[in-house]
Design a protein around this ligand. Sequence first.
Ligand SMILES: Nc1nc2c(c(=O)[nH]1)N[C@H]1C(S)=C(S)[C@@H](COP(=O)(O)OP(=O)(O)OC[C@H]3O[C@@H](n4cnc5c(=O)[nH]c(N)nc54)[C@H](O)[C@@H]3O)O[C@H]1N2
Ligand SMILES: Nc1nc2c(c(=O)[nH]1)N[C@H]1C(S)=C(S)[C@@H](COP(=O)(O)OP(=O)(O)OC[C@H]3O[C@@H](n4cnc5c(=O)[nH]c(N)nc54)[C@H](O)[C@@H]3O)O[C@H]1N2
Ligand code: SF4
Ligand SMILES: [Mo]
Length: 698
Amino acid sequence: MASSMVCGFCSVGCSLDVNTKDGVAVSLTPTREYPVNLGMACPKGWEALTPLRAPDRATTPLLRTAKDQPLEAVDWPTALDAMVSRFKAVQATYGPEAVAFISTGQIASEEMALLGAVAKFGMGMVHGDGNTRQCMATAVVAYKESFGFDAPPYTYADLEESDVVVLWGANPCIAHPILWERILRNPHHPEIVVIDPRVTETAAAATQHYPLLPKSDLTLLYGLAHLLIAWGAVDKDFVNRSTEGFEGFAVHVEAFTPERVSAATGLPVDALELLADTIASGKRVSFWWTMGVNQSHEGVRVAQAIIDLALLTGNIGRPGTGANSITGQCNAMGSRLWSNTTNLLGGRAFTDPDARAEVAGILRIEDSRIPDRASWAYDQIVDGIREGTIKALWIVATNTAHSWIAKRDVAELFAKLDVLVVQDMYPTTETAQLADIVLPAAGWGEKEGTFVNSERRYGRIRRVVRAPGQALADFSIFKLVADAWGCGEMFEEWSSPEATFAILQRLSAGRPCDITGIDGYDHLDAAGGVQWPAVGVGELGRERRLFEDGRFLHPDGKARFVWEEPRAVAEPTSEDFPFVLLTGRGSSSQWHTQTRTSKSAILRTLYPEKPYVEISPADASALGVIPDEWVRVCSVRGEMEARAFVTPTVAPGQVFVPMHYAGTNLLTKASFDPSSRQPSYKSAAVAVRRLAERRRYS
Ligand SMILES: Nc1nc2c(c(=O)[nH]1)N[C@H]1C(S)=C(S)[C@@H](COP(=O)(O)OP(=O)(O)OC[C@H]3O[C@@H](n4cnc5c(=O)[nH]c(N)nc54)[C@H](O)[C@@H]3O)O[C@H]1N2
Ligand SMILES: Nc1nc2c(c(=O)[nH]1)N[C@H]1C(S)=C(S)[C@@H](COP(=O)(O)OP(=O)(O)OC[C@H]3O[C@@H](n4cnc5c(=O)[nH]c(N)nc54)[C@H](O)[C@@H]3O)O[C@H]1N2
Ligand code: SF4
Ligand SMILES: [Mo]
């Protein structure tokens, strides 16, 4: 019998059966009866074992004895001693806050919780954030303010039950391929509406595509609300019963006339009317958004304007509806609840003394061990390094030196640290190469725990392969660090991932994310994963959608309309830098900074090896650029060489560069949504220049 586990790449959370030969896992096939993927998987899922066998796996800890020395292999006790003594020396000189961590949405919930607890409650850190800041912070803030808790309300079955599916700043054909397959299974012949400046793979397959000007989303959404209200397409019963703030919102959107909105978005008035009419006449309209919304200078308000539209049309809490943020990484949803970074464990606030007392009671630690302040966000930690207040950093399962916005000076910044510890599967990542200490981590498939997918479903991961050399599960590494630090006894009860899961259950009790009804890991297997909330054991099998009773998670049970005047982007185009740079996912076979997907020969055949820039035929011909020619893409901050992919899928005045190539974030501009501090990766001004000497890609 094959055992199964959820995939370790994206947040869809497909289940994969593990096929073994002589007791060794040899291949994966999608699980037929799992409610998420129903027997389907994308190329990354089929190939997920291959990166584990890569020749450059980290097999032993590495240590740099001095800044100018190379990394050298050492044993675990030596590496842990070095880490602990250097961190303690930093804290002794600069205070406990001078040591910080950056974590991830790609390790198990149990591991995230242990890291957050060891680092903050055991080692005295205050600042720790995750790569989920780059990704989901906007959705988190939007949901908290609008609904009262960070609660994506949907279940995937909603994709199949809508008569209108609106994909806002999302390209699921590439980024969430199995969700796209779910849309295709929708028997109601839905209108599939895509809002994206580019003609993405998804837009090309949709029934309606609105190529708005980049970052004009907020104006467009207010313009749609303006029309819907003018037409009387408001669900008054729902608005009265379940929401607050509609009157103010209606006054706000009065100024967003079709003419104004058309000018700002570049969409003709009749297109606006068609879109509003599609929403008004749909019986079950679902809105799904991802990074085209979250990674924006005003992403929180855009996400909330999507929520506002769903509220005003009563498209929430019923099958086939919802204002639905799709997450990115396999366990971004777990990190939102359990990483102990922005939120205290279980979606609580560090600043709330009652919450601190409650957590301290459950964990049997002193209240004073829990910081009474929220952590700095990722960009503030980076600034802290620049300013010398952060002197030691522990990076776990993220590749900052590739993925951070406007990362040009990351190497320089990291050189300012007294100590950089990087915990990764590979010592070859851009970030690990800058480390003073590398801790070799086991990967997905080599360890136990749970992930939470986009629809709030807990699913299991398992150890089906032995980690190479001395690599250890992140869970074991955090335990070793706690012991070496001298705070190991605080975490005695956290003896295994499953024992830790029981602690998480206790921490969830009585909260919107309650999972006390799950009866251990085996239960997750038997139930096909379990969505939160899961209070009673009897509920486990069924699909769960939130807010079916019209009650939200603010104390008065009502959702909030939230709005604000649109703002200008941080870096408008200019004569010297005339193009808007869009960045994002390039293919379904590439994962982020490519430390894993580039290790598969099969996946490598499915994407372009060399960096490329998508440019419109009109702009290419104006510049004299021919297809496949190497060009330089330049911003004020830096430049990269890329092959010109001349294609009508990008509009004139815009270019698109995938994030998978290391040069991309030399171009981006460090600007952030003020409410979520999420980086605005999808807007910067760039120029495209021909290389003096023309080189052809062969
Ligand atoms: N194959 C693959 N799949 C992945 C990942 C991966 O690396 N590779 N990463 C995972 C992760 S962590 C994430 S967060 C998700 C991301 O999933 P998505 O958000 O779907 O992917 P992106 O390509 O980043 O961005 C989506 C779209 O936003 C559009 N966009 C840019 N600017 C604007 C704008 O101003 N308005 C609007 N409306 N749209 C705009 C872009 O043209 C792009 O097509 O994917 C997940 N899935
Ligand atoms: N320009 C631009 N930049 C972007 C984006 C964009 O759209 N445009 N998107 C942003 C988004 S949404 C995201 S989520 C980030 C992603 O950015 P990163 O998090 O930097 O990308 P990954 O390549 O997924 O890095 C994960 C690292 O963890 C390691 N790893 C994998 N599994 C494990 C494990 O189990 N344990 C340990 N210890 N290590 C492990 C991998 O080898 C890899 O080095 O990029 C952001 N950057
Ligand atoms: S869609 Fe996502 S979860 Fe499913 S197989 Fe592909 S990468 Fe894995
Ligand atoms: Mo992400």
